[in-house]
Design a binder for this molecule. Sequence first.
Ligand code: FEO
Ligand code: CA
Ligand code: CA
Ligand code: CA
Length: 639
Amino acid sequence: MKDIDPRDLSADDWDELNFPRPKVQGFDAVVERAISRRGFLGGALAFGSGAAVMGTALLKGSTAMAEQSNRFAFEQLAPQTDGTVHVPQGYSWNTLVRWGDPLFSDAPAFDAKAGIPVAGSDRVFGENTDGMELFNVGGKEILVVNSEYANTKTNLPHTEDGSPQSADDVAILQNFQGVSVMELEEGAEGWAVVVDSPLNRRITHNTPMQIDGPAAGHDLLKTAGDATGMTSMGTFNNCGSGRTPWGTYLTCEENFNGYFGATGEMPTQEATAAGYARYGIKGDNDRYNYHLFDARFDVTQNPNEPHCAGYIVEIDPADPEKTPVKHTALGRFKHENAAYALAPDGRVAIYMGDDERGEFMYKWLSRDVYTPGGDTSTLMSEGLLYVAKFNDDMTGEWLALTPETTGMDAAMISIFTRMAGSAVGATTMDRPEWIAVNPTAVEAYCCLTNNSRRGAKEEDGSIKTNAGGDVMDVNAVNPRETNEYGQIVRWRPHGDDHAADTFDWDLYVMAGNPEVHKDGMYAGTSNINAGNLFNSPDGMQIDTTGLIWIQTDGDDSNEGEFAGMGNNQMLAGDPATGEIRRFLTGPNGSEVTGLTWSTDRRTMFVGIQHPGAPFPDGPDSLPRSSIVAVKRDDNALIG
Ligand code: FEO
Ligand code: CA
Ligand code: CA
Ligand code: CA
């Protein structure tokens, strides 16, 4: 940690740095291992429709897939390495909103040099845009957007190194994160935020939250702020998004551990200490240094505060007065996003990933059924949480997390969900990022972004494990050692029923580089070719026509293993043929994350997080995370 300033890192990169990468294994060994598994993959991936393209011979990464499909209303964009956004011919983009833009007319003016003062810092669009969803509320277009983390050096320009010097400095950082709710309007000049709309709202690290589900009121959630354990303050590291069939927004708390530190002793209570170890809560954490000025984040004084973070949080975009609800029944982990599917009987399934190397995928299943206009109050509190086991024979199971299966009571399963997953033998995954449900078929997809530790060995020769001791050996669904490129797994529940506890799966794509690796698994699957190279799939949404929109958060050096990939990007995939085409590229240094559509489906909103170039305002401007609006020049439907 010493020669890299943690404040210069994105939230995911910071988390990676907490556990040093292993030495990359010899290239030959990687290829040898890959080839030895090809026979298995060849048979195993012959699944479902034409996208089971990934037969043995196709592992080489041919261009056979190119130009097969007419699903795409655009010609593939070439990779780009410059400092702006590109879209295909026939499409245009405009900036909708930049971090620091006002949601209310009393917000302070954005000042790139002096920063934004603490007064009013919760009246602007938050920093580091991530997951987002659009809702139509009484005819108004309401965009709800996560702000995942803060660039402390940019936000606190009066400090030497971005480390807060006062409680006000901490409050500035806390106010730039969380969630922004804002009304949008499309006029002659394009889309814009409706400043002062009564539905505009900021939710920050200090907004009161309700807690429901099995952990509500548990001793481990009782804090100085609320001795009943029924409420807490703030939502943290809001990464991916989700929505419910009843029109609410789900924000997903990911790397919440990064906000806590200790001014003195670490807690010794057994469950607390074990949880800290599993979730990465450390005393000597100087990423934000909240704990130096805000006792809530000092685990020496407030050991239960971290137990109030790491949840799925429900926000009502139609009611700015409504307290957001933390649904502990959906588990506590580093939540990436939340993707719902309705079972044929109306029960609500919500798929979720825990984005850390070797952690798990989960499914929530409600006890009660959803009926439009009916009571929804139990749908995220009464039900059962499951964790995924992927078998090497291309089947899988959702393993129920119950007191009987885990040896933990319901509250402890909700608070220490990772341990519950370990107890039942869940499959360690290559960092589950976004999950997307296909609205045109009974199937879902998860981006497994990469895993530098997959199959890597400790000095004693043993295979590395996750923080719970679960071994990260290669397996069929995570088939590559030191996986730098990532893959997307797809599953189809048995009986065409998302409530089923068994499924079949395949890999929709393994990203790779057939230009660098002529053969073997690092070439990627056959739907990867010289034209559509990418790495580290992360954000994902499937549109109403069934096209899969894949966003990347990977290495954009465009060199070596990553040559030909260019900047981070958004691609579209055809689920039937497997064909994937690049649609949009972000500025260098940025991650493309967050995607939603206007109600009329004529505009696509795309998030550009942490640009490294002066985007979107050009030379000599401060790079600012922004949302762009993408349209077809003929104003036709775009998903
Ligand atoms: Fe915040 Fe795992 O991405
Ligand atoms: Ca990010
Ligand atoms: Ca992500
Ligand atoms: Ca990521």
